[in-house]
Design a protein around this ligand. Sequence first.
Ligand code: CA
Length: 233
Amino acid sequence: MGSCKILVVEDDTPVRNLITITLKAHNYQFITAVDGKNAIMETASHNPDIILLDLGLPDIDGVDVIKQVRSWSNVPIIVISARNEDVDKIDALDAGADDYLTKPFSVDELLARLRVTQRRLALIQPSAASQSSYDNGGLHIDYDTGCAYLSGEELHLTALEYKLLCLLARNTGKVLTHRFIIQNVWGSNWESGLGTLRVLMASLRKKLEETAGAPQYIQTHIGIGYRMLKIEQ
Ligand code: CA
């Protein structure tokens, strides 16, 4: 999965070196930036395929870097955060980040996050937005007729379950926050909707997932949100 150009934004030299040595060993190309201003400049001038972004930067807050980059680019951004508070990750995901890693992280975890993002890229590149159907493992969604199937059997979904499923499917590989999901499914105040989302998610999973305790399609990120996984064939 090499030949992908990655911008590494990290002011902490040992961490930056760990990342670049790992990338080099796995045949990724990379460029580096040590602060937010340079991160934005490098993104504009080198057009990386993926950005690995530390949130705690010396000049601009990482979340503001995401907002600025998102104003003109859809490049996948994986946030690297030393902060334990989920709120920072949620702010970053809401601002448009795709995924996150918490420091300290293992090299294997970093490589796994990169592969998830590359699979997501491969999935969205043939302009998924304009596609009329979706296939992932045994799941098939026909957007034109508004029907979803699991292993060829139609899923009898409510309108809201279908809406939730499509939102997750269109963002396969990306962590969606509770806030983002609630705003896109109900368009309402998110705080009052968290319980409602949990109930809706449980009823969708009951129909979609074969084993209740081991969801295959929809992954839970405790305190943060959910992600539709790309099923390996
Ligand atoms: Ca830092």
